[in-house]
Design a protein around this ligand. Structure first.
Ligand SMILES: Cc1ncc(COP(=O)(O)O)c(C=O)c1O
Length: 484
């Protein structure tokens, strides 16, 4: 059913065309959300557009107002809409992140191992590393409730080896969630639950290796452990540069690879987003070369200043594997992730999984399935997103004030900033000076294929610290930089 919302008495747009297909098998709220999300993603509802008030839209569509309220709330939580006091609900606009400046190439730097996490006596150590969530924000009570219920509901025969690809309940819940929020086009039998992104990547690499693949392109820089994991799985990682627009697809096309690992929504650690022309070019390359694209969707739930970028997988489900997990949203302690695979890879990845561990822990899977289905995941994200946004803003404010000589990238999303230091900065000396002052920093060089050629930069994780600590950390960094 296609519903056209008329002009309301309040004067809101009359051209809000919503397609709520009644045969889709989804509930009304889901269909409304889907329709609004599609309109935003396709650019039919442009940033800043004010949506009709919930009461008016409900009346026009002849549906309950609570359905519209819930749909608006979920889309706001997912970053598509924003509610402004007194001025209604709008499609979120995408301003440039504050303080973002153009990137330029930087000089060579000495590689520094990750510093040890030891505090000088009596000084609390501040870690501004990586990009992890705050463990204090883990929703313990709700998780416990779902875990308890999962165990209570599971009949005795269920307490055995889990299904290799994952519990049916979780695969179903993930299929619905990822389709709704990330635009992933999959079915539950194509979802393989794994122990975090890292296991998913390893299993896929091994499956591809068995099918004859020898080389896999990786972004340069990319998360160092992934590059190393690809090599350990028997594939040669081939570095391809990334810039503010994400992976350089022209450079990719000049390589001789049959697969590529890419983080299109938020390249790690530099933070670029693959632009629409490059997304199209990447998909065309994959189709032409019958290649596999592994999409690392590690922090898509945290977006602050820009419209959500849908998953690449939704555009080419037969070439793209969508891999995600809950390490950034809930906790890396859970070791829970998923891979949404093209049909041709399901069996081979499940076979690798079988020989790896005979399946992921069942009770965690069932608890997470409940967590998703009862709306607690969405609730959790609604609760923590503003916290992380405030921490990011506090970090940027401190950098602006205390370190005017540095630039940063990747602020629009995630839990970290990529901070470019002045040319010629000696990272080893800086790391030691910071360490002596009670601050641990992370040299970005280890994420580069050739660390000795990396620009002087650090990966500044702000997710795990309250704002005063972040400011204090930046102040120490400024002092250490002056000292080094
Ligand atoms: C780029 C990137 N992808 C994925 C992950 C998540 O990995 P896992 O799910 O194995 O914890 C991380 C974690 O730090 C990461 O930095």
């Amino acid at each position: 059913m296609v519903l056209q919302a008329d002009r309301t008495s309040e004067g809101f747009p009359s051209d809000l065309l919503l397609d709520l297909p009644s045969s889709s098998g989804r509930g009304l709220r889901e269909r409304l959300e889907h329709s609004l999300r599609a309109a935003i993603q396709e650019g039919r509802l442009v940033p800043g557009t004010t949506l009709p008030p919930t009461r008016a839209l409900a009346a026009q569509l002849a549906i309950s107002r609570s359905v519209v309220v819930e749909a608006y709330r979920n889309l706001a939580a997912d970053g598509y809409l924003e509610a402004r006091q007194g001025s209604g609900t709008r499609v979120r606009s995408a301003p440039r992140p504050p303080g973002r400046r153009a990137r330029r190439s930087l000089g060579p730097v000495v590689f520094l191992d990750r510093p040890r996490d030891v505090s000088p006596a009596g000084v609390p150590r501040i870690r501004l590393t990586g990009g992890l969530p705050d463990p204090a924000l883990f929703p313990r009570a709700r998780w416990l409730r779902h875990y308890r219920a999962a165990l209570t509901e599971l009949p005795d025969p269920g307490l055995t080896y889990p299904s290799i690809g994952g519990a049916g309940a979780l695969r179903r819940a993930l299929t619905a969630y990822l389709g709704r929020v990330r635009g992933v086009a999959t079915t539950e039998d194509r979802v393989v639950v794994c122990n975090g992104f890292t296991q998913g990547l390893t299993l896929i690499c091994r499956a591809l290796r068995r099918e004859g693949a020898r080389r896999m392109a990786v972004e340069d820089p990319c998360f160092a452990l992934h590059r190393e994991g690809i090599a350990r799985a028997g594939l040669e990682p081939v570095p391809v540069p990334v810039d503010d627009d994400g992976l350089d697809v022209d450079a990719l096309a000049r390589t001789d690879v049959s697969a590529v690992l890419v983080a299109p929504a938020h390249s790690y650690p530099t933070g670029g987003t693959l632009t629409p022309p490059r997304r199209a070019a990447l998909i065309a390359w994959a189709r032409e070369n019958d290649a596999v694209v592994i999409e690392d969707d590690y922090d898509a739930e945290f977006r602050y200043d820009r419209l959500p970028v849908g998953a690449l997988q939704g555009l080419a489900p037969d070439n793209v594997v969508h891999v995600g997990g809950i390490s950034k949203t809930l906790s890396p302690a859970m070791r829970l992730g998923w891979a949404c695979l093209p049909p041709c890879l399901v069996e081979s990845v499940e076979r690798e999984k079988r020989y790896d561990d005979l399946g992921s822990p069942l009770l965690e899977q069932l608890a997470f399935a409940r967590f998703l289905e009862h709306g607690d995941f969405a609730r959790h994200l609604r609760r923590v997103r503003p916290v992380y946004r405030a921490r990011r803003d506090a970090t940027i404010a401190a950098l602006t004030e205390l370190l005017p000589q540095v630039r940063w990238q990747g602020a629009a999303a995630g839990l970290h900033l990529f901070v470019c230091l002045p040319d010629g900065t000696d990272l080893r000396k800086l790391g030691e000076a910071a360490h002596a002052r009670g601050l641990t920093i992370e040299d970005a060089a280890w994420h580069y294929a050739e660390p000795s050629a990396a620009p002087p930069a650090i990966v500044l994780g702000y997710g795990g610290l309250p704002e005063p600590m972040l400011r204090r950390g930046v102040a120490i960094l400024a002092d250490a930089l002056a000292g080094a």
